[in-house]
Design a protein around this ligand. Structure first.
Ligand code: GDP
Ligand code: IMO
Ligand code: MG
Length: 427
């Protein structure tokens, strides 16, 4: 059995945690392939709610091996506190595997993230402040620290020295901050080494052998398509590749192994942080979506910006990820509107545009062209099959499917594991 990728089709927070957890019971491995603890994935199991940041959501499924791939950036202090938090709640985390090639988010990366955001002022990205961008920048600049470096003190010291050489100049001379001492960083990182050691593995080998043995591997994306460093709304993006190709590089598995790419798609749109968002609402509808949908960031606690569904974005996600299916989430949140606007195209400088413009300037000028779809007022949270949905809800789903370019194979009608309508099986 082959590999599946599950990823965000919009700007993150689509419900990837819930969808991953739903499949977790039927797969052998769940792998995070990019991002870090900028993610906040919520899983609701019975009356228990979990917020996972760095750990794959599969950690909550006892039969599943959770894997942190080479493409992830790991903050060791967050890792250890997330593990102990789960252990205190009775979750067995002993199967976790962490790539020795994953990069470490060092304390100075977190400092640089916060300082640069402050320095950008009005032009800031609105990052999560977790050191994600600076850690990926170090990786690309070839001055990053990897998990394996924690096990060779001399190499670790040399690498921290090399990284801090330039950074301390910038911190002291440009940002007016105190220099960071090499010894202190090395000591802190070495302090985590032994606790992390049991989990460190050659995850590329493990995953490829698992696939050869017909095991099922699920790749769990962080963030979303429009936050992708290459394909998102640059520069208002994260610093990794949440799109499907990222699963290959971020886990060391070839594209020929991947048979299914599932886009998690909210029935409306949200975004956290700065950047263009054509269907954003600033009125009571936006407020209502935020309130009913509980749209507050799991990682930073920031209110999420809310707007209507944008089919241009969904089509784009289908294209750049080669999506085979959608998992439509939070349909229940739309209950109660008489009419629901859906953005079917943009108007840019007086012209109708059907596809996402590649030009940043054009996207900033994009105004949504809405089609009104009739709403429904019945409670749909108990619906178990597509036919249980009111006719107008069915038509809303069908319309979205037609506009978005891939079949909707599951529908979320509540946060719980069982609050899902399965249309086509993912496995
Ligand atoms: P992720 O980052 O993609 O995993 O999504 P988040 O966990 O940040 O945000 C999604 C939120 O919506 C969480 O609070 C989930 O519990 C919740 N959620 C997921 N699916 C559904 C759904 O179908 N209906 C409702 N009402 N809530 C959902
Ligand atoms: P999940 O996995 C929503 C956003 C930040 C900011 C931009 C860059 O829960 O969907 P970063 O700290 O990554 O450098 O911030 O990306 N962002 C997210 N927005 N969901 C996320 O993760 C996000 N992770 C980062 O708000 O705009
Ligand atoms: Mg989230």
């Amino acid at each position: 059995m082959p590999a599946l990728v599950l990823l965000g089709a919009q700007w993150g927070d689509e419900g990837k945690g819930k969808a991953t957890d739903l499949l977790g019971g039927s797969v052998d491995y769940v792998v995070r392939y990019q991002g870090g603890n900028n993610a906040g994935h919520t899983v609701v199991v019975g009356d228990q709610k979990y917020a996972l940041h760095l750990l794959p959501s599969g950690i909550l499924s006892p039969g599943c091996t959770p894997v942190i791939g080479n493409g992830v950036v790991v903050d060791p202090s967050v890792l250890l506190s997330e593990l102990s938090g789960l252990n205190e709640r009775g979750v067995d985390t002993s199967k976790l595997l962490i790539s020795g090639n994953a990069h470490i988010i060092t304390p100075y990366n977190v400092t640089v993230d916060k300082v640069t955001e402050r320095f950008l002022g009005k032009r800031k990205i609105g990052t999560t402040g977790r050191g994600i961008g600076p850690t990926y920048a170090d990786k690309i600049n070839r001055v990053g620290i990897r998990v394996q470096d924690l096990y060779d003190e001399s190499i670790l010291t040399q690498k921290v020295e090399a990284a801090l050489d330039v950074k301390n100049q910038i911190l002291t001379k440009l940002y007016n901050r105190r220099a960071i001492a090499v010894g202190q960083v090395v000591e802190e990182l070495l302090g985590y080494a032994e606790q992390i050691k049991p989990y460190v593995a050659d995850t590329v080998l493990v995953l490829n052998q698992a696939l050869e043995d017909d095991k099922v591997v699920l790749f769990e994306g962080g963030q979303g398509t429009l936050l992708d460093i290459d394909h998102g709304t640059y520069p208002f993006v994260t610093s990794s590749n949440p799109t499907a190709g990222g699963a290959c590089t971020g886990a060391g598995v070839g594209p020929t192994k991947i048979s299914r790419v599932i886009g998690i798609l909210k029935a409306y749109t949200t975004r956290v942080g700065a950047g263009p968002f054509p269907t954003e609402l600033f009125d009571e509808d936006g407020e209502a979506l935020r309130r009913i949908g509980g749209e507050r960031g799991v990682t930073t606690g920031r209110d999420r910006r809310c707007g209507w569904f944008d089919a241009v974005i969904a089509r784009y996600a289908t294209r750049v990820n080669g999506l085979t299916d959608f998992f439509l989430t939070k349909l229940d949140v739309l209950t109660g509107w008489e009419q629901i606007p859906v953005c079917v195209a943009y108007e840019i400088d007086g012209k109708r545009v059907e596809e996402l413009p590649y030009s940043q300037t054009d996207f900033h000028h994009a105004k949504p062209v809405y089609e009104m779809l009739p709403g429904w007022s019945e409670d749909i949270s108990k619906a178990k099959s597509f036919s249980d949905l009111p006719k107008n809800a069915q038509n809303y789903v069908k319309a979205l499917e037609e506009m978005s370019g891939a079949p909707i194979s599951a529908i979320g009608v509540g946060p719980g594991r069982d609050e899902t309508i399965e249309i086509n099986s993912f496995l």
